[in-house]
Design a protein around this ligand. Structure first.
Ligand code: FEO
Ligand code: CA
Ligand code: CA
Ligand code: CA
Length: 619
């Protein structure tokens, strides 16, 4: 085979202009094809086919693609170089569900969810979790998934899982249904992901707090619940019909979420494992690096305004010759939290940092401060990091380690409207646009305890803010042609280019003028280029990214097209009133018809992007 070399970006493709339309836009010479939509069947049974009106119940939904596709990895089914890109397992998260599209409108004109039942809540749980699907490449390069494949599997909000690591069996993880504190049903709000070199997938539980509520109006929240945002009300309404999600009845159930879940996609009968050694917070992704000495390093962000960046270093070493011995490497090791200090000078957007160990008995992590064991440190990772004086960041999203430069790591800090004091790493008070911070571990060693850091880029809008001294205009690499806001998904491809996906404001007005819909860009670290590659349809977020080893196929997830609920400019009806969720449920094609109007409603979906001429993506 001829090895096709990567080109400078300007020679590889013509950047795309913004779009505010209802389509996926890619550069000339590329095609974008829909692979796997919410509701697509995993089996060959006609009972599991998409109906189009969302009238399916949980029994159908658990055999169909879940909703809100997010982080994603590709696992080759055959190891040899010629076959590795031809067939594989595509594994992805289904972060949450959009109720306004998820249920068929009922007969109550005022409330499309009425009557609210345990079966409807269970359908929502079935729409969460993970998909494992077999994908195959055709001779023309197109990809399709294989309904009925022996590998196809849905993991849902009620799939039995094991809790492992130092917090397994802790008092705070025990419930009436599980007095052992080691068995839990389901994974929820899996946002981004990770992939290990021993062939497993990591699903990362993010905003798990939103699924819990209290039927007792007098319930008083604990400090732990407040720190994690567990509340007495929940718009998912599961607690109304399922006591497991009622904190007044099952106060420990939320402690069993907020973890990283390791899944063996090659064994459909395997039990997913919640790895408590990696800490409990609103996980974004889990970037896995094998350090020079063979220890496993996992970088993780906690996506909340003013929360932290973490890394885990395993005790054991990865052995590529004996994969069976790697299976439980994520159960023992040290968790660290990051401090980003300004360094010698302030205002230069760079400095020095350190990784502070989160070990029971060390420093302030003692019983006197509420941490009686390592399990306590892990269940309340946030509280422990608060005591250790970690640096409050502008919402840490994905972390990506450069495969070409040992020890160089990037984290997307998406935005922050709640900052009260700035520092060099988080230099704007009302941070609408976000930034990407980069650190270099001391000696290029991923296990190092100190690092240098700088801001790789500061996103901004030079159209809205033409004075380039104004930080809102962004750093020098940001131009009128590539401006964007809210970097979220970031990942390196096999050629060492950094891809950036956005989940931000798509109003295209005022501070966001000229930025269009959510999008994907690519940066070349060698040339300093940054070009826009893809835009998503109306209301979507672009997230989730995987490549075949030959770099001819890219998988991208389009999440929640038509999601207008949180939009600042929620559209008005003809009578001047604002569209409510009930209106959207009854008129589901009002804001997006993507991927096709015949689907009956907008649907999150995996898209395959490839070059029409069959060559490498950026070759
Ligand atoms: Fe689910 Fe932080 O994004
Ligand atoms: Ca500095
Ligand atoms: Ca995200
Ligand atoms: Ca999302």
């Amino acid at each position: 085979t001829v090895v096709e070399q990567a080109k400078p970006l300007r020679k590889a493709f013509t950047p795309v202009a913004i779009s505010t339309g209802d389509a996926v836009v890619v550069p000339e010479g590329y095609v974008a094809e829909v692979l796997y939509r919410w509701g697509d069947p995993l089996t060959n049974s006609t009972a599991h086919g998409w109906r189009g009106d969302a009238s399916e119940g949980w029994a159908e939904q658990e055999n169909q693609a879940g909703d809100n596709h997010d982080g994603m990895s590709y696992f080759p089914l055959v190891a040899n170089a010629d076959g590795a890109s031809e067939s594989g397992l595509l594994v992805m998260n289904h972060e949450y569900v959009n109720y306004e599209y998820f249920y068929s409108p009922g007969n109550d004109a005022a409330d499309w969810l009425a009557p609210w039942t345990a079966d409807k809540a269970k359908k929502a749980m079935a729409g969460h979790g993970v998909s494992i699907i077999e994908v195959r490449r055709a001779r023309d390069g197109a990809m399709s998934y294989v309904p009925g494949s022996q590998y196809n599997r849905r993991i849902t909000g009620y799939t039995p899982m094991e809790i492992t690591g130092p917090a397994a069996g802790a008092e705070s993880l025990k419930t009436a249904d599980d007095p052992t504190g080691t068995r839990v049903l389901g994974t929820l709000n899996d946002c981004a992901n990770g992939k290990t070199p021993w062939g497993t997938y990591l699903a990362c539980e993010e905003n798990f707090n939103g699924y819990f509520g209290s039927t007792d109006p007098a319930y008083v929240r604990t400090a732990l619940e407040r720190r994690y945002g567990v509340n007495t009300s929940s718009s998912y309404r599961w607690h109304e019909v399922d006591e497991r999600f009622d904190i007044s009845k099952n106060p420990n159930e939320p402690n069993r979420f907020g973890w990283i879940v390791e899944i063996d996609p090659f064994n459909p009968a395997s039990t997913p494992k919640k790895r408590t050694a990696l800490g409990r917070f609103k996980h974004e992704n889990a970037e896995v690096v094998i350090a020079r000495d063979g220890r496993v390093v996992v970088y993780m962000g906690d996506d909340q305004a003013n929360d932290y960046i973490y890394k885990f270093v395993s005790d054991g070493k990865y052995d590529p010759r004996n994969q069976a011995t790697n299976r439980d490497l994520l159960d023992s090791g040290t968790l660290y939290v990051a401090k980003f200090d300004n360094g010698d000078a302030t205002g230069d957007f760079k400095g020095v940092g350190e990784w502070v160990p989160m070990v029971h008995g060390m420093g302030p992590l003692t019983a006197a401060n509420g941490f009686a064991s390592q399990a306590d440190v892990l269940v309340d990772t946030r509280g422990a990091a608060d005591l250790l004086g970690a640096t409050k960041m502008d919402r840490p999203e994905w972390i990506a380690a450069n495969p070409k430069t040992a020890g160089e790591v990037f984290c997307a800090l998406t935005n922050n409207s709640g900052r009260t004091v700035t520092d060099d790493a988080n230099p704007r008070m009302a941070n609408r646009y976000g930034q990407i911070v980069r650190w270099n571990e001391a000696g290029g060693d991923a296990t190092a305890l100190s690092f240098d850091w700088d801001l790789f880029l500061v996103a901004g809008n030079p159209i809205a803010y033409s004075d380039r001294q104004d930080l809102r205009s962004g750093s020098a690499v940001i131009t009128a042609e590539n401006t964007f806001n809210s970097p979220d998904g970031i990942a390196f491809d096999h050629d060492g280019r950094l891809w950036i996906q956005t989940d931000g404001n798509f109003s295209n007005v005022n501070d966001y003028q000229g930025q269009g819909n959510n999008q994907m860009l690519v940066a070349d670290l060698k040339t300093g280029e940054l070009q826009r590659f893809l835009l998503g349809p109306s209301g979507c977020e672009v997230t989730g990214l995987a490549f075949t080893p030959d770099m001819r196929t890219m998988f991208v997830n389009i999440q929640h097209p038509g999601e207008i609920g949180s939009h600042p400019n929620r559209p008005k009806k003809a009578d001047g009133s604002t569209y409510g969720d009930n209106d959207i449920a009854r008129d589901p094609l009002a804001f997006s018809k993507w991927p096709e109007a015949s689907g009956g409603r907008p649907r999150s979906a995996t898209v395959v992007v490839r070059r029409a001429d069959g060559r490498k993506l950026l070759g």
